[in-house]
Design a protein. Structure first.
Length: 86
């Protein structure tokens, strides 16, 4: 199944969170924070600053989470994106 975002919406796949601290301790799933970085999977036709494949940083509580084809994805407005990694 495919999903095409409308207007200025962007679909993002979050990067994997850290599983171990710098000191070597493993972080349980219940204590992990969700990463604020990800990769753009699809961008709507009105998006001007990002395109498919860009690595981005976005606001902590941005967008709506959903699951599609076994992947955890986030759909958000282009305004929720804080920056693009160069």
């Amino acid at each position: 199944m495919s999903l095409k975002p409308l207007h200025d919406r962007v679909i993002v796949k979050r990067k994997e969170g850290e599983t171990k601290t710098a000191g070597g301790l493993y972080i349980p799933d219940s204590a992990k924070e969700k990463p604020q970085a990800g990769t753009v999977v699809a961008a709507g036709p009105e998006c001007e600053t990002v395109k498919k494949g860009d690595s981005i940083l976005f606001a902590k509580y941005a967008g709506s989470e959903f699951k599609m084809d076994g992947d955890d994805l986030v759909i958000m407005r282009e305004d929720d994106i804080l920056g693009v990694f160069a």
